[in-house]
Design a protein around this ligand. Structure first.
Ligand code: ADP
Length: 591
């Protein structure tokens, strides 16, 4: 059969215009030119189609064919995703590099999922069972850390006619046959899914569970819920990479998807070099055993960044559909937005703010909206979550940038990484006066249960002390420290303690790198107790200097090094704090 094709009429960088592509549809995947470059139709006007090409178009010219495929840009979903390193259109970079060297040659194709590998298959349903889309039919040992569920595709329902017995199978082997209304359907270990269509869920539920990260400033002050969305701007050297690594390692997500839309190869090479080195701290196994990396190589045109973002979120949804808690990190979404701007310019669309297309904000939200805590389609009505954390890199760190603004309109958490904090070596450099989380209310019950009934009050108090500190510092700058009342001086001391003893956290120190929720609670309680007793004893006549110089403050500052499983040691410090103040009050009484 002859392949159906249209003809190229114009090539402008990554944009190719072709005429008479048979049955051309928006977002259809096509092969462009005799080299068969990968592209996606992004505009159809009468017989002309504009195609965003995901490979370098140089040497491609008018008159060459464009082959239609009849399918939308899709990814393969099945065992073998975990541990893979893909480019934006799901070409396995590691496989291509091994075969063809460091430079991915145009038009090359390798299947995203290895066709020759055997997977250990364990059926969990029986012949005769009636199943619906979303139900699990089998488990495959994908990695030592991930059990891969084989899912009945959405929309399908029927009776199992055949299910393969336990054993080793390849991704293309038929492992089940289902008798549906429309005939008998074969199931293999993998299927394809169009990246721009969200995978269906039964319903969304409010995100009311904390994504525990063990990072105190995040969990205690600016939390992200499981299924939530967050944005982090990353001025160079502000510790963005460390934050991303800490989240990948420690967040209580089962699966990590990392999407890198780097500017140039080198930004991405860092990720490609560093990620495979990371260890999963809870199991000691390589983190890649529960991670998928998606990275654009430097010789791919900007257009591929858009594909990588949607490829990433689709793979993330797939693991969510297995009942897992998934966290996706995208770095940097600004690069993706720049790609949109470039394509929009070439399409001669009416530009919006700073040349970005008018649909910038809605395209950004179409990505973040795929996050959420959900009830899955299957009969078990399992809950699962997909959390999305996007990094933005506005030029000059300017937060009024349209990409940042568009992102802030959809995400619910903002971690403001701050240059000057990083410069002062306050890490993580998340600035408490500019950051926010809109999940605090929905997490209130969770906090009460996991941390303590008085947690919310403790946090509110701590935050108000930090705000008060900044006002007082302003006053000190104007009129000097001597004008402050002793009570205000205590506020400054407590604020310093919150910053140094609680918020600062060293990612590279074993005792400090992960703090359990209970420990965060106990640490904050110590600071609160000292603060309360300090104000109280001032009012009873104790001298400020005697309070400030209490040796027990050293114990408070070292509390961060107490192991998560030795929290009883906090009792002793609380006792010491109380004793210290009792002694000061005795001294006042005894003159
Ligand atoms: P960016 O990716 O924003 O350029 P990095 O994440 O590489 O910056 O951080 C720069 C440096 O800051 C790191 O090499 C490290 O020394 C320090 N740093 C950042 N975060 C922490 C942290 N939580 N604990 C200790 N040091 C940190």
């Amino acid at each position: 059969m002859k392949e159906k094709s249209g003809l190229i009429v114009k090539v402008s960088g990554p944009l190719v215009v072709a005429e008479n592509i048979p049955g051309a549809k928006m977002y259809e995947m096509v092969y462009v030119g005799t080299k068969r470059l990968f592209g996606e139709i992004i505009e159809v006007k009468k017989n002309l189609s504009s195609i965003q090409v995901y490979e370098d178009t140089s040497g491609i010219g008018p008159g060459e064919p464009v082959y239609s495929t009849g399918t939308a840009l899709s990814v393969e979903l099945g065992p073998g995703l975990i541990g893979s390193i893909y480019d934006g259109i799901q070409r396995p970079l590691d496989v291509l590099m091994a075969k063809y060297g460091d430079f991915v040659v145009r038009g090359l194709f390798e299947p995203p999922l290895d066709r020759t590998k055997n997977w250990l298959f364990n059926p969990i349903v029986n012949k005769g069972d009636f199943l619906k889309g979303g139900d699990f039919i089998a488990e495959v040992d994908e990695t030592p850390l991930v059990k891969h569920k084989i899912i009945v595709p959405s929309g399908m329902e029927g009776t199992i006619l055949m299910i393969a017995s336990q054993g080793e199978y390849k991704v293309e082997d038929v492992i089940a046959k289902i008798e549906t209304k429309n005939g008998i359907q074969d199931l293999t270990l993998f299927h394809k899914w169009p990246v721009r269509i969200p995978r269906p869920v039964k319903r969304r539920v409010p995100p009311d569970e904390l994504l525990v990260t063990g990072q105190r400033v995040i969990d205690s002050f600016f939390p992200i819920a499981k299924g939530g969305t967050a944005c982090v701007p990353g001025p160079f050297g502000s510790g963005k990479t460390v934050v991303q690594h800490q989240l990948s390692k420690w967040a209580n997500a089962d699966i990590i998807i990392f999407v890198g839309c780097g500017e140039r190869g080198n930004e991405m090479t860092d990720v490609l070099m560093e990620f495979p080195e990371l260890k999963d701290p809870r199991t000691g196994r390589p983190l890649m055993e529960r991670t998928v990396l998606i990275a654009n190589t430097s010789n791919m045109p900007v257009a591929a960044r858009e594909a990588s973002v949607f490829t990433g979120i689709t793979i993330a949804e797939y693991y969510r559909d297995m009942g897992y808690s998934v966290a996706l990190m995208a770095d940097s979404t600004s690069r993706w937005a720049e790609a949109m701007r470039e394509m929009s310019g070439r399409l001669e669309e009416m530009p919006g703010e700073e040349g970005y297309p008018a649909y910038l904000a809605s395209r950004i939200s179409s990505f973040y909206e795929r996050a959420g805590k959900v009830v899955l389609m299957g009969r078990e009505k399992k809950e699962a979550s997909l959390s999305v954390i996007g990094a933005v890199s506005p030029p000059g760190g300017d937060l009024s940038d349209p990409v940042v603004q568009g992102t802030l309109r959809t995400v619910r958490v903002f971690w403001s990484l701050d240059d000057s904090l990083a410069y002062a070596r306050h890490f993580p450099a998340i600035y408490w006066l500019k950051s926010y989380s809109l999940y605090l209310d929905s997490l209130a019950e969770f906090y009460k249960e996991k941390m303590g009934k008085d947690w919310v009050d403790l946090r509110v108090k701590a935050m108000s002390i930090l705000r008060k500190e900044s006002e007082l510092q302003e006053m000190v700058r104007l009129v000097g420290i001597d004008t402050l009342s002793p009570n205000d001086r205590v506020v400054l001391e407590t604020a310093r303690s919150i910053r140094e003893d609680f918020l600062q956290q060293n990612a590279f120190m074993a005792e400090d790198t992960f703090t359990s929720l209970k420990k965060q609670y106990r640490m904050m309680k110590l600071i609160g107790l000292f603060d309360r007793r300090a104000h109280d004893s001032l009012n009873k006549g104790v001298e400020l200097d005697n309070i400030i110089s209490l040796p027990v403050r050293v114990e408070i500052s070292r509390a961060k090094l107490i192991p998560n499983d030795e929290l009883e040691r906090f009792d002793k410090i609380e006792e010491d704090i109380n004793k210290s103040f009792v002694n000061l009050l005795e001294e006042v009484k005894n003159g």
